[in-house]
Design a protein around this ligand. Sequence first.
Ligand SMILES: *Cc1c(COP(=O)(O)O)cnc(C)c1O
Length: 460
Amino acid sequence: MKEKRVLAEPFKIKMVEPLRITTEVYRTKVLESAGYNPFLIDASDVFIDLLTDSGTGSMSDRQWAGIMMGDESYAGARSWKRLEQVVKNLTGMPYIIPTHQGRAAERILYGILGGADKVFLSNTHFDTTRANIEFTGAQALDLMPDDALDPEIDLPFKGNIDISKVNAKISELGKERVAAIIITVTNNSSGGQPVSMQNVKDLRKICNKHGIPLVIDGCRIAENSYFVKHRESGYENKTYFQIAKEMLSLGDAFIMSAKKDGLVNIGGLLTLKDEELALECKNLLIISEGFTTYGGLAGRDMEAMAIGLEEVFDEDYLSYRIRSTEYLGKHLKQLGIPVVWPIGGHAVYVDAKKLYPDVPVDQYPGQVLVCDLYTKGGVRSVEIGSVMFGKYDDHGILIPAPNELVRLAIPRRVYTQSHIDYLIEIFDDIIKDSRATSGFKIIYEPPFLRHFTARFGKIS
Ligand SMILES: *Cc1c(COP(=O)(O)O)cnc(C)c1O
């Protein structure tokens, strides 16, 4: 059947949360008092919130019904049994550990595998992954193919790890120093780009040869399966669930933030094949998260997660999810907005350096776009450039990030196509109006993770 031009959402709405419509004059004041940092704006002053896709999705009626059915017993709750069964079936792994978020699973596993002198290899370590690894004294190395770093090159699996770089690193370091290989699917920090099944199979062979554990950071394993089915030969006739199951079967461990493809607002998972390692992890879990059958979650959270992990593989849902992200990206590209290409699974990235060619990098063109989007449309986005990753040299001169991007992350099942069309219209205004030629200076910044709380002043 021919795909329809209009992408109608495969759900109808039975509960609504009102959004406040504000004026440009009002938003200008709000932004000014927030020091031009949208992280410091109240959510009630935002019309369309694209800050993150993490924990911001809508649950289905089945999930809300599950919330009412949650079993809050401390040990061996019915909701835990249900979640454990669903996750065992998906991963094929025998040891399932619930956690309150993905980073809790990371802290536990990498706390055991890491340590001074150890090295982790990944396509791209997500920031909490890197932080948990470096906290143990270990090193986290990103091994992307060189061509995949080009924002415009069109590759079907632009999230892949570079297999020859992995082999070279293992020979250089010696296999004893390599604590684990972590494959992040989809590759969040590189634009939500997918990883191919072949890439994970190749890693499996390397890990077998050297006795190195393979960890799958699969927060977006369902979205990745969509790309495998439609882009990798041999998978056309498999279901999304079968593809995810096959990929997870290649790992020794699986870590997930259920705030993404778990379709819930809170929750995480750590699953393992090795009994001894699982025992060690469970001991750490009990100290900091909770007993092994709830791990920091309420029974109702586990019930909703069990249902979400089944719903996320629904064919209509996944095709709506990926195609609606692509819809935004394609329309922006048609307007002449420079976007990172191809479009990934959960977000669209705009190249602000190209969009504001007259704003110098040390005046943060990404922040200029973030502020324009808020003032013109009440849209909240996030700068992923020199505000987030910039450093200073010994003379206090900015060492800029490699790119000045702005991320538009799409919450799951939250906004309709008309919200997205509205957003496209805001971009149309931005590209047609005369664009800023100057940007911002930082007037306050904390020593770590400055993008969250920094305050800016306008340079005129
Ligand atoms: C979100 C995320 C995490 C961390 O999960 P939290 O639930 O936010 O703690 C880890 N890895 C990847 C790839 C993620 O996207």
